[in-house]
Design a protein around this ligand. Structure first.
Ligand code: 3EB
Length: 346
């Protein structure tokens, strides 16, 4: 086994039927997956695996699964509420928690519990550095207990970070947080043994420093996290929206929000490229996941995306609620480094 065998990380998109048809041996390089489909009641043959099945209507494209791939991966482990697969240096896990009606603020408590379980596991396994969180919850914009549910989530998340002695400013993982129509709180995460570097967006106030207008606790995430592996780098770009400073721009203008969102993604990639040396992140080589609030907006968003990326954009479009009620879309992507010498020409 070569030294780098446990330090390769890549992703791939697969249709849900293809994932369901996969055999255990064909999954030997799969750390885990996040799958999107309107209905999630089909049973996955390998139900124990850390595959998150998120119930979101697909507006354009096949039912899609984002697979995270690596080498030297061990069998699935279930520990408490977490299911995970790991190599020596990397771990992908998922947790799904129902909200308990008996709790004072059920989503807040479920979130705190989920994050505490994740951090306890990662500390125990000595893979403490989280690169990316994916968060999905029902009714994200609904107000209950006097507080929007996304803001309840932010309370529970930050409390868990604090309880587990983790930073709530500075070196934070990248993340996304989206709303589904129903279902449990679902969280996926990718973690490992080496620290990543938080990359922030100079056009935006860092999310952890948002003013209190957006809730009693700031969201705990960075705009992107840069993971340096021995032979490549991965840039996990958080869910990105039409926010400049801390304000939403283009409130009722979906093409304006699309343009602003892509400008934010480009700004984050530019920031990451400033700290890169022999390799870089090529903005024309991205696969986008586009969360769209109103299905009817998809044509405008798709056309704008095509126009702005010179038709290069590969994307999947999902219907989801976004965490501010004036945001009409959110886009996320992961960039993988490439050699500068091969791409300088463009
Ligand atoms: C924003 O920039 C838009 O709470 O984990 C994007 C990515 C957003 C992650 C999170 C929220 C989160 O504030 C919303």
């Amino acid at each position: 086994m070569s030294d780098s065998s446990n330090t390769v990380l890549r992703n791939a998109n697969l249709s849900l039927p293809a994932l369901f048809g996969a055999t255990e041996s064909s999954l030997q390089h799969t750390l885990g997956a996040i799958c999107f489909a309107e209905r999630t009641d089909q049973t996955c043959p390998a139900a124990d695996n850390p595959f998150l099945h998120v119930a979101m209507p697909i507006l354009d494209g096949e039912p899609v699964c984002e697979l995270w791939l690596g080498d030297g991966i061990n069998a699935t482990v279930k520990q408490g509420g977490v299911r995970y697969r790991r190599s020596e240096n990397l771990l992908f896990g998922v947790i799904e928690l129902n909200e308990a009606d008996t709790d004072p603020i059920p989503l807040q408590q479920a979130t705190e519990s989920a994050y505490r379980q994740i951090f306890a596991l990662l500390d125990e396994l000595e893979l403490p550095f989280v690169y990316r969180f994916w968060n999905y919850m029902a009714d994200i914009n609904v107000v209950s207990h006097g507080l929007e549910r996304y803001r309840q989530f932010n309370l529970g998340r930050q409390d868990a970070f604090l309880a587990c002695a983790r930073d709530v400013v500075g070196e934070l993982p990248s993340a996304c947080a989206l709303g589904t129509a129903e279902g449990p709180l679902q969280i996926a995460f990718l973690a490992g043994s080496t620290a990543s570097l938080a990359i922030e967006n100079p056009r935006q106030v860092n999310a952890y420093a948002y003013p209190e207008d957006y809730g009693p606790r700031s969201p705990t995430f960075s705009r992107a996290s840069l993971l340096r592996l021995p032979e490549s780098e991965v840039l996990f770009i958080s869910g990105t929206a039409s926010i400049v400073g801390h304000r939403t721009l283009h409130s009722d203008d979906v093409s304006g929000q699309t343009r602003e969102t892509l400008a934010n993604i480009e700004a984050v990639i530019l920031e990451a490229n400033r700290v890169m040396h022999h390799r870089w992140f090529d903005p024309s080589q991205l696969f986008y996941r586009v969360y769209v609030r109103h299905a009817a907006d998809i044509e405008i968003i798709r056309n704008e995306l095509r126009r702005l990326t010179g038709n290069h954009a590969n994307a999947v479009f999902l219907q989801a609620d976004i965490c501010r009620d004036d945001l009409l879309l959110e886009i996320e992507t992961t960039a993988f480094s490439c050699d500068r010498k091969n791409t300088d020409r463009q």
